[in-house]
Design a protein. Structure first.
Length: 251
């Protein structure tokens, strides 16, 4: 496919899971792809998978919470691939091993979760969208979560941060629409990435039982939604959140 021929896409957190699947999908559909991630080994593997299919890719090992490093990494991608037309703000995670009931949590954990999921999305978008505005074109897709619709226990910091991403998406969509830029979000449910694979069997089975379709989404399912929202087919869609969760909850 040549859906994104001549375009440059930037994917944050693109070494694994949804980010990896999306970076590969952008490349398969004709885009030049820049990928930022802190994990050097998986990042190199993703880049090799893209090059093996004839795609053009630039990777930069980046601590996404380091603003100076992020700015430099974006500059490197644009220097090598050209101005960024398509942005996927994918990087983010729960507190993982530090997750707990809210009253047992600590402010340092909140800072990490909100910074990585929300403030990094702010900063990357703020850095990239200025050029999009000047050129009169851009597609921004942010990763939210269907946990914002459910109100998951034990990850309320993550729910709050991803709710912020959803609100950011709606507000920014109105600001940037006059400049030919769309801003949308995808809200995955439980997806077959490394996180769920590490869950205890009883927790995994309980999550699976909540999904009417009877199976977890694959990273490629989320990537399909992302590339659609970044495409010309979705040129009249902005400020929306597309939930991809097998029917666990409706939006």
């Amino acid at each position: 496919m040549t859906r994104f021929e001549g375009r440059t896409a930037l994917v944050t957190g693109g070494a694994n899971g949804i980010g990896r699947a999306s970076a590969i999908a952008f490349a398969e559909q004709g885009a030049r792809v820049g990928i930022l991630d802190i994990e050097e080994g998986p990042l190199a593997e993703t880049a090799e998978a893209i090059r093996a299919k004839g795609g053009r890719v630039v990777t930069v090992v980046t601590d996404m919470r380091d603003r100076a490093a992020v700015k430099a990494a974006i500059g490197q991608v644009e220097a090598e691939l050209g101005p960024i037309d398509l942005l996927l703000n994918n990087v983010g995670q729960t507190a993982r091993k530090n997750a707990s009931e809210f009253l047992d949590s600590v402010p340092e954990t909140w800072d990490f979760v909100v910074d990585l999921n929300l403030m990094v999305t702010f900063y990357v978008t703020w850095t990239v969208a200025k050029g999009m505005k000047e050129r009169g074109f851009g597609r921004i897709v942010n990763i939210s979560s269907d946990s914002t619709l459910v109100g998951e226990r034990s990850i309320v910091d993550y729910v709050a941060a991803k709710s912020g991403v959803s609100g950011f998406t709606r507000g920014l969509a109105r600001e940037l629409a006059p400049f030919g830029i769309t801003v949308n979000a995808v809200a995955p449910g439980v997806t077959n990435t490394r996180g769920p694979k590490q869950l205890p069997k009883e927790v995994y089975d309980a999550a699976l039982a909540e999904i009417p379709l009877g199976h977890l989404a694959e990273p490629e399912d989320i990537a399909n939604a992302i590339t659609f929202l970044a495409s010309q087919e979705a040129r009249c869609i902005t400020g929306q959140m597309l939930t991809v969760n097998g029917g666990r909850i409706f939006y």
